[in-house]
Design a protein around this ligand. Structure first.
Ligand SMILES: Cc1ncc(COP(=O)(O)O)c(C=O)c1O
Length: 463
């Protein structure tokens, strides 16, 4: 996290939102403090489509989507109706002693959408659980222990998933990680083959587009060669599509851009419609059979909430909505519009380097300016904290243009644009215009951007 205020006592600021005091007392005081410091704390009372409405009636556009859960937008009316209907049926929800019909329907549908012969599904409630499960299935199938991963990735904060993340910030202070896990540079086939050659790895687990490290889109060659090499050395090729899945990048899963057929695919986030947590790990039949190898082992890997009917109904409805509303195409068209608009600004901006991404998973990279005065200012702020400039950008977009976004994890130079796929052309253009005016005020040392930043810095230091 960006700032770690030092004071242990939690003082309640005057602009406190409902629940803040108890949240600080009983959940996480540092979180309330952080939101206050970066100035994006609001009392949101209603969320619809891409819009977040606060108690003052101010409307903010959500370009973060809860880190990728709101692909169909907030509170889609069809999803609300479908969940209401499901609740009123009073059917079995999680008996653990029956055959859940909706799980069967959803697994069949996911098999068709993912393709590549991944005919078996293990249902989860979170993305991390999908990653953990993939490690177990891969180990059981290959009888190998090691797991390879791409440096710079994000896979979740449980021990197995955390062990597959190279950034030490997430791991420091939490003791030893899962043994036999090794990272290789994302996109580096030579390093990948050097490790695979040892034949000690059960799986190579990677995102097809990395978010945390600043929206890194690999080449087609890397993805297809990575798959070929995994096959050659008997290592399973596992794609973490927790964030890229469910049409985020313009295809059902990002793997479809690369024409690869992974051995396992992990989904979660947007399957939930932002309402009911649900995830899935898809795999080949022989991989599933390695775990469920006998009747006695029929439940050797299981999860209490995994196949619950509300989660299943939610995901089925999300998929229906996505198909009916052509969200794959929307993500493609709007994504291209976004990158074109931002890259035009980049041509004349001292601060904006480029926009990159796939579909509606995009980032904007900022850079050090050329002019001496701005360069000195930029360097000074980076020195206070490498993330300060990013938070100033986030705060300015929030306050001036009512856009909610964030930086890409700890890649402080890249700001995210991950709106619901139901966003309109006007929403996209609004973000582009906001970046154009941000670029202008960043270049004007008298426009208040830099003095505002100083205030954030001082508040962070003061705790
Ligand atoms: C690519 C990826 N994998 C896994 C996860 C972990 O998912 P969850 O937070 O649902 O456990 C995330 C969460 O941001 C993610 O982005």
């Amino acid at each position: 996290m960006l700032f770690q205020p030092s004071s242990a006592a939690h003082t309640i600021p005057t602009d406190a939102v409902p629940g803040e005091e108890d949240y600080s007392k009983h959940v996480n005081p540092k979180w309330t403090k952080l939101l206050s410091i970066i100035g994006i704390k609001r009392n949101f009372v209603r969320c619809e489509g891409i819009n977040l409405i606060d108690s003052e009636g101010e409307v903010y556009r959500d370009f973060l989507s809860g880190y990728g859960v709101y692909n169909i937008g907030h509170h889609h009316p069809k999803l609300i109706a479908s969940l209401t209907d499901e609740l009123q049926r009073l059917g079995p929800t999680m008996l653990q002693s029956h055959i859940p019909e909706l799980a069967a329907e959803l697994a069949k549908k996911l098999t068709r959408l993912v393709g590549g012969g991944l005919t078996r599904t293990f249902f989860t409630s979170t993305g991390s659980e999908g990653v953990e499960s993939s490690i177990k299935f891969a180990r059981a199938y290959t009888k190998r222990d090691g797991i390879l991963y791409s440096n710079g990735g994000f896979h979740g904060l449980t021990y197995g998933a955390l062990s597959l993340m190279s950034n030490p910030w997430w791991k420091k202070g939490f003791g030893s990680m899962l043994p036999n896990t090794t990272g290789v540079p994302f996109g580096d086939l030579k390093s990948l083959e050097n490790e695979l050659r040892s034949k000690k790895y059960a799986a190579f687990i990677t995102e097809p587009v990395q978010g945390e490290s600043g929206i890194q889109v690999p080449t087609v060659e890397f993805m297809s060669e990575a798959q070929r090499l995994c096959r050659k050395y008997g290592t399973l090729f596992v794609l973490d599509e927790v964030q890229t899945g469910i049409y985020r990048t313009g295809k059902f899963i990002a793997a479809h851009h690369y024409d690869v057929e992974p051995d396992m695919v992990i989904l979660a986030k947007a399957m939930s419609g932002g309402l009911v947590p649900v995830g899935a790990l898809l795999m080949r039949e022989d991989i599933s059979d390695a775990v469920y190898s006998s009747v006695e082992k029929a439940f050797v890997h299981a999860s209490t909430f995994g196949e619950n009917s509300l989660g299943m109904r939610t995901a089925l409805t999300v998929l229906e909505i996505a198909e009916e509303e052509g969200l794959a195409e929307r993500a493609t068209v709007l994504g291209e519009r976004f990158r074109k608009g931002i890259n035009e600004i980049a041509e004349r901006s001292q601060f904006i380097k480029e926009s990159r991404g796939l579909g509606l998973m995009n980032g904007i990279e900022f850079m050090a300016p050329q002019s001496l005065k701005l360069k000195v200012l930029h360097a000074g702020f980076r020195k206070v904290h490498p993330g300060l400039l990013g938070q100033m950008i986030v705060k300015t977009l929030f306050e001036n243009s009512h856009i909610l976004t964030q930086m890409c994890g700890h890649t402080y130079d890249v700001v995210k644009a991950v709106p619901p796929l139901v966003a309109s052309e006007e929403d996209i253009d609004h973000y582009i215009e906001a970046i154009a005016s941000l670029s202008e005020i960043m270049e004007n040392t008298n426009a208040g951007f830099w003095s505002q930043g100083l205030k954030i810095g001082l508040r962070a230091v003061a705790g």
